[in-house]
Ligand binder design. Structure first.
Ligand code: TTP
Ligand code: MG
Length: 361
């Protein structure tokens, strides 16, 4: 089935948020910097507005070099306000969630979204939805963003990057090849610096070169799995779904015992109902876990834990229900009375949650 997938990326995000909060910055080169504190100018540029970019300013550049390039201008060098960017990002992601069928956040200022259902598979309708999203972001947050639309994530990502700032680039299925073919191979989602250097050594410089490259050659360079991904992506083929990631590293549930206790059965009676609750939260998020822990909090509030690592990841309730009592028994042998007790699952299987392209990045 053909899909309509979008990618949204805020323009010069940290610097733009700073401009919104301080309108007197309007029109000036603005740089948001990470100061290391060693000397007044040690540190790097996190990002810069487009005015500053006219002077060759880039993310990651040293502050000292940026100052040199901007000598004689009225440039403003600002400190990071990470919480402010996080808050703004969270509001924009909720907005995007409201306006689309599904989203997948891939960074503080970017996300894929799926509007196949909402646009009834019609790219013209999808384009007006994308315009509406841009208008809403501007209305609610006073921020501009760039959006790309395509039949999958690979194309959508290239499209959002194509026209910036304040861009909207729509690439329907019939235009995919002509849109991608002339682009440099390192623009492709998942092709990092190392892979692109290897490809360029073999004379593969454009996406079209990669699309028609000898498959055994690619397989020799990268192994089968990655070679298949590169070949398909270069041909505009990508079946990765847009799916929300939890971003969490552990889930736990802790209860306070009715009375401090050292009795395994008494504690288990109270702890058991949390197993199902915890398991429900695991399955809701489609996670698989590889470790289970029991946490005990003593009357003096010190904490003891016991952890079991499983042979392979699982999402089974029985893995919790069978291992937690054994862990609790072993914990009680060592520490006497408990005041609070909990159970935790962690070591979620990253591969189950990450697409190959992201893994490569
Ligand atoms: P980007 O989206 O890569 O950059 P940007 O939003 O500043 O500019 P563009 O208009 O080209 O999208 O990154 C988002 C934010 O992440 C950026 O505002 C600051 C931060 N960032 C860094 O701190 N260091 C970096 O090297 C990069 C690339 C980004
Ligand atoms: Mg951005």
């Amino acid at each position: 089935m053909t899909r309509v997938v979008g990618h949204l990326d805020l323009d010069y995000f940290f610097a733009q948020v700073e401009e919104v909060h301080n309108p007197s910055l309007g029109g000036l080169p603005v740089l948001v910097c990470v100061y290391s504190g060693r000397t007044e100018d040690s540190g790097v540029v996190s990002t810069a507005n487009y005015k500053a970019r006219e002077f060759g300013i880039k993310s990651g550049m040293s502050i000292a070099l940026a100052k040199k390039r901007l000598k004689g201008t009225d440039a403003r060098f600002l400190q990071l306000h990470h919480e402010m960017y996080e808050d703004t990002s969270e509001r924009i992601m909720s907005l995007l969630r409201e306006e689309t069928d599904a989203i997948e956040q891939t960074g503080i200022d970017e996300a894929f979204f799926d509007i196949t259902g909402k646009s009834k598979n019609d790219f013209a309708l999808a384009a007006s939805t994308a315009s509406e999203i841009k208008r809403e972001v501007l209305r609610r947050e006073k921020l501009t963003c760039s959006i790309g639309l395509g039949p999958n994530k690979v194309v959508a990502k290239l499209a959002s990057d194509f026209r910036k700032p304040d861009g909207l680039t729509v690439v329907p299925p019939q235009s995919v090849r002509s849109f991608m073919d002339p682009m440099s191979v390192d623009r492709l989602y998942g092709v990092g610096t190392k892979s692109s250097a290897l490809l360029k050594e073999k004379g593969i410089t454009t996406i079209s070169d990669l699309a028609s490259a000898d498959f055994p050659l690619l397989e020799g360079l990268f192994g089968r799995k990655i070679a298949v991904y590169f070949r398909d992506a270069a041909n505009g083929v990508d079946d990765e779904p847009v799916r929300e990631k939890s971003g969490i590293t552990q889930l736990s549930r802790i209860i306070t015992l009715k009375k401090d206790s050292q009795d395994l059965n008494v504690i288990l009676m109270q702890l058991q109902p949390t197993f199902e609750n915890l398991h429900g939260r695991v399955t809701e998020r489609a996670l698989v876990f590889k470790s289970i822990s029991v946490i005990g909090i003593l009357p003096d509030l010190s904490i003891r834990t016991r952890t079991k690592t499983l042979d392979k990841p699982t999402a089974q309730l029985s893995a919790i229900a069978e291992n937690a009592p054994l862990l609790l028994e072993s914990l009680l042998k060592e520490c006497g009375e408990l005041r609070r007790v909990g159970v935790k699952v962690a070591d979620f299987d990253a591969k189950a949650q990450t697409s190959l392209a992201e893994f490569l990045r």
